[in-house]
Design a binder for this molecule. Structure first.
Ligand code: AQP
Length: 334
């Protein structure tokens, strides 16, 4: 039996991924490879919707791919490739933009947030059409499942609407995908500002745990994490965001229930708790970091793996794209 398709990706917007990307995405991806025919993409075309330094972008793209592999995405089992190496993404995005309403695109909250942050003169049209490109990413592979954070839910909803609209206007063409949303427990917050989502391209790095950071740096950041004055290891997101965030990380990496960790540290201070967490994180990160750095020592081999996977992705993408061109009425080359 053929497996259902899955699509997901991350932007190469930093030298290293952070623990939120690891817990919220990579750990899930790793576990879904058995049940799905998965496409995992480094979405560089999405990354250039905000300014990037060209040489650094190439470097970050390789680093992101290396971290996917180091975290357990297997390029021999799943299709792991770089978005810009498969031109069908951009081609389908154009077609979908012609059936997307201007008002519909204007309602995307991520665009509103980002454009407010950068100001309208610094905001590109690419940033505005970002969700249409994301729809193309997903629909190109007829993906049924799209594992995303809850901040991306609105974009997957738009993707579903576009798929249904296209199907009803031009005939059954696209699989209508479903988001696989990671709930609040999978959302990781900044260690210094535990009410803000942890981000790899955050302005301050003090509260961000990067996968590729030196292990001593990571250990220090954990020990300096913001907590509170109560001194009790207890989950309470509203009253104790710092400690709750640390508990979420601990539980996700150790596979334990939050209540069992609370019990273990009952009557002990935050110092002990942080040391326990530090050890869990270091044990998880050390092999991933070592493997990623090893892969980055041989970029020729990494590039070879990526282009072989891009060939595989192109083949799958072309099937959808030629059906789309046909349905829309574009005259195909004879
Ligand atoms: N803090 C987080 N907690 C849980 N999951 C997270 N993800 C990101 N941050 C957290 C998940 O990681 C994937 C990365 O998606 P992306 O690279 O497209 O960008 P993002 O979601 O905007 O992630 P960042 O780290 O915050 O990147 P920048 O700084 O570039 O904006 C997604 O699956 C996301 O849910």
């Amino acid at each position: 039996m053929t497996k259902p398709r899955l699509f997901s990706g991350m932007q190469p917007s930093a030298d290293s991924l952070q623990i939120g990307n690891y817990i919220g995405a990579l750990m899930q991806w790793r576990g879904m490879q058995d049940d799905y025919d998965a496409f995992f993409t480094v979405v560089d075309l999405h990354a250039i919707t905000v300014p990037q330094d060209p040489a650094r972008l190439r470097e970050k793209t390789r680093r992101t791919a290396a971290q996917y592999i180091a975290a357990g995405v297997e390029p021999s089992r799943s299709t792991l490739y770089v978005q810009s190496q498969v031109p069908a993404h951009a081609e389908l995005a154009w077609i979908l933009s012609t059936i997307t309403g201007f008002g519909e695109a204007s309602r995307m909250t991520q665009f509103k947030d980002k454009s407010q942050r950068y100001g309208s003169d610094q905001t590109s049209v690419g940033l505005f059409t970002y969700p249409v490109l994301m729809a193309a990413d997903i629909l190109l592979f007829q993906a049924e499942a799209v594992p995303v954070g809850d901040d991306q839910k609105q974009h997957v909803e738009l993707t579903r609407n576009l798929a249904e609209r296209f199907n009803s206007r031009f005939g059954e063409t696209f699989t209508v995908p479903k988001p696989v949303i990671q709930g609040e427990t999978a959302r990781i917050y900044d260690l210094q500002e535990p009410t803000a989502k942890m981000s790899k391209s955050a302005d301050s790095q003090a509260g961000v745990l990067y996968l590729l950071d030196d292990i001593n740096v990571t250990a220090k950041k954990v020990m300096r994490a913001v907590t509170d004055s109560e001194g009790v290891v207890r989950y309470d997101r509203a009253e104790k965001p710092g400690v709750s965030n640390l508990l979420t990380i601990y539980a996700a990496l150790s596979g334990r229930e939050i209540s069992s960790i609370e019990d273990e540290y009952a009557g002990r201070g935050y110092g002990d708790f942080k040391k326990g967490l530090r050890d869990v994180i270091v044990a998880e990160f050390e092999p991933v970091r070592a493997r990623a750095l090893e892969l980055l020592e041989d970029t020729a081999e990494l590039d070879r793996v990526l282009s072989a996977n891009a060939d595989r992705a192109s083949e799958a993408a072309e099937e959808t794209l030629s059906a789309v061109y046909e349905r829309v009425g574009l005259l195909r080359r004879g």
